[in-house]
Ligand binder design. Sequence first.
Ligand SMILES: *[C@@H]1O[C@H](CO)[C@@H](O)[C@H](O)[C@H]1NC(C)=O
Ligand SMILES: *[C@@H]1O[C@H](CO)[C@@H](O)[C@H](O)[C@H]1NC(C)=O
Ligand SMILES: *[C@@H]1O[C@H](CO)[C@@H](O)[C@H](O)[C@H]1NC(C)=O
Ligand SMILES: *[C@@H]1O[C@H](CO)[C@@H](O)[C@H](O)[C@H]1NC(C)=O
Length: 575
Amino acid sequence: MLRLPLTEMQASSGMFKSNAPLIWRLLILLQFLPGVLSWGKEGHYATCKIAEGLLTQEAITTVKMLLPDYANGDLASLCSWADEIRHNPRWRWTGPLHYIDTPDFKCNYDYCRDCHDFAGRKDRCAAGAIYNYSTQLSYYGLPASEQKYNLTEALLFLSHFIGDIHQPLHVGFTGDAGGNTITVRWYRRKTNLHHVWDNMIIESALKKFYNLNLAVLVETLRTNILEDWSADIPSWEVCESNQTVCPNLHASESIRLACKFAYRNATPGSTLGDEYFLTRLPIVEKRLAQGGVRLAAVLNRIFVPVQPSRLRMPVAQSWSKEGHILICRIAQELFQPEAAEAVKSLLPNYANGDLSSLCSWPDEVRRWPNYQSMSSLHFVNTPDQACTFDYSSKILAFGLSGTAKKMSALSVPSKSSSCSCCTTMKGQNILNPMHVGFTSDKGGNYIRVRWFKHKTSLHRVWDREILRKALDGKDMAAFQEYLHETFKENWKGENSSWTDCPDLLSCPKKYAAESIRLACEQGYNRVQEGMKLADDYFDSTMPIVAERIAQGGVRLAMTLNRVFGEHNQAIPSPF
Ligand SMILES: *[C@@H]1O[C@H](CO)[C@@H](O)[C@H](O)[C@H]1NC(C)=O
Ligand SMILES: *[C@@H]1O[C@H](CO)[C@@H](O)[C@H](O)[C@H]1NC(C)=O
Ligand SMILES: *[C@@H]1O[C@H](CO)[C@@H](O)[C@H](O)[C@H]1NC(C)=O
Ligand SMILES: *[C@@H]1O[C@H](CO)[C@@H](O)[C@H](O)[C@H]1NC(C)=O
């Protein structure tokens, strides 16, 4: 299975004890590989080196741009950076991101149950960190002024944690801290089981089979990837539902391997020698290779060519709370039974089954640290004056189609089985698209205008002033009724043009193109800085806002019906 120099392997038994020059070479080598930490420095180096060889041109360019100068363009040289900084006070919180503790002897993994730190803070584990840092990196195309995170750090963390999550004992039992408290002998040296898997197996392999040369080990794994494993590579690279990252899959593999190979025959006090080494080495080598192949696949998916957005456009916010609630209420009336049931089961309990009560949730959380990376999902930036929308996978349309994709992968849990953490996590998934996808976001934050008597910005006029004036003390039910009537009179013929789009992934492009066209026609082209806007402007724009809200509701229902129901089913006539 594995390309191992077999004759050398047989010839080498005994070398471990007696070959003095080799020991010296090992010591010299170790000087260049200081600080043996998690998935030892050698393991991380190998994983990143393999990944480097599999990157697309776009990914190579971006990685080099993100690396600090002293890395000389070599990602592998900084793949243990996350280990080096983890004891620094500023980074101490990242300690739990290197591993996942799972229940003793269960031999399985569950994100909701297991992904937290010792204090129970959610998402603080290797899988959560992979989600976090890959999301941060996916905004690399946005202008620096809109970057909230240091993408160099995101790249180094992501590269490291994808390595860690492939080390079987980084997804180990809670009771023995992933083998850290299981004292064993590795040949004659006293150590612990975790360390055996982080370092000793790799070090012994370097010594016995690879001439103490890490480059030879990397080259051997590369050859295996091109030959013996080549048929498996596509299945290693792909994530379910084409997601960018799939740490849950890797973590499940790891805990299974930990039970089957790492813990087995390695009870406290045992001595591990040739038998253990030679049967486990192929596992270690395959995990190093898988980590490298998958890191490359992830970076290649994240760093896709984009049109640089040449010009700055005001950052839009979104519909006011009222707009979101109306959109969700309209949608709720149009849900098919499957979608209605699915939505109810995904909502947190405190929503009482009412989606519209949480429709502004993404706005409320977007400043929370955990969700800041989603902030740019709330708007679309387009080149000034172009009045067209060119899909660049970085932004709103990406948020919507990505979320829709994620939702199609969700199996709907029965109510009783959901833990509170799952409810929140899935709540997040389901609540996102309503926000990001069905708002006609507009720029115009920087264009100051007068709305009747008070000063505001063009953006706020579209965000809330028009709708607030339309509501004008009336309750939302009355406005909904108005939408209902207008639909029957004016929009009925248009329902198919509202919902038409070949597939869920291309819908957001269409919505964004409509929005920017409207923004140009009704916003930028009609309004100059300092202008006073009053009845005339309201009378001509209110119907547009009303139509956008109705469209938002119809489209949200259409999307969720398609995601949760049978595909290609007819959309019921709205209202
Ligand atoms: C995501 O990464 C950022 C930057 O390191 C950090 O501030 C934030 O707490 C992380 N979120 C989670 C859930 O780990
Ligand atoms: C990003 O992080 C790296 C590593 O911590 C640091 O060297 C660099 O100065 C940071 N860049 C910015 C722009 O803060
Ligand atoms: C994943 O992407 C491939 C190629 O782009 C596509 O053919 C396939 O249908 C996608 N699968 C899912 C589940 O989205
Ligand atoms: C649009 O509405 C008409 C009349 O109510 C209905 O027959 C048709 O099926 C609807 N189209 C879609 C795509 O729902």
